[in-house]
Design a protein around this ligand. Sequence first.
Ligand code: LMR
Length: 292
Amino acid sequence: MNRYVSDLSLYDIVNVPGVAADLSHCNTPTQVKAFNGKESLEAALEGADLVVIPAGVPRKPGMTRDDLFNTNASIVKGLVEAAAKVCPKAIFNIITNPVNSTVPITAEALKAAGVYDPKKVLGVSTLDVVRANCFVAQAKGLNVKDVDVPVVGGHAGITILPLLSQTQPKTDFSEDEIAKLTDRIQNAGTEVVEAKAGAGSATLSMAYAAARMAESVLAGLSGEGNVYECAYVESSVTELPYFASKVRLGPSGIEEILGLGELSAVEKSGLEKLKPELRKSIDTGISFATSK
Ligand code: LMR
């Protein structure tokens, strides 16, 4: 459905032909190709401009995103190592959890292959923005099309920091509304995990958010101006080496990383609280990627 996509290569270790046959019947100009099994990974990635990685296992109730590390870290590393060989100039959109660690793993794998460009690696935190916009519009009776809430930090629990004070259009919230909305946005992934009761985590809203991010990245690559998204990227906005904040997308990928703007007292305190947790997840990712 994305007007910028001419060729869509689907890769998985099993079941790809069915998904590709299904998708290929949509009457859009996109050519869909199936790549099934590990031996077809490099062929799938050949010449890609954008590599979207949602691979890995999902959470079950009671698990944190960090509990997925042991399985998902090596999956992401393997995919990125293959991409480094055959599409080293591609932009990477990393969805696989724990995103707070898999983005540093992606960067380290690309560095080891000598092809890392920090402008081209983005952790997809778009679903946090999508959820914040949705919940704020519902709570305040606003048209959701008009609402934009920046969400910064990372993509897990308290590292997800919605900046409600910067909501567009300008909106006032009571202390109680701020506390409840912040908590709901931070735990919205868990809300889905619990509702699915062991059958996985968000897939449809995640796909919606990932499609939005992919469209923005490709719009930027195509030279469209004024393309902004929040994303988890290598950053100097705080003392942490990776951080999610608003970025401007363009022909080179990330053209500019925007600062945090003015924060409320609650947001300042949320920012300080998230830093040790985010740093731990970053360090875990870096040591995994550099020690094997
Ligand atoms: C989400 O936010 O829905 C995803 O990160 C999946 C999850 O485990 O919550």
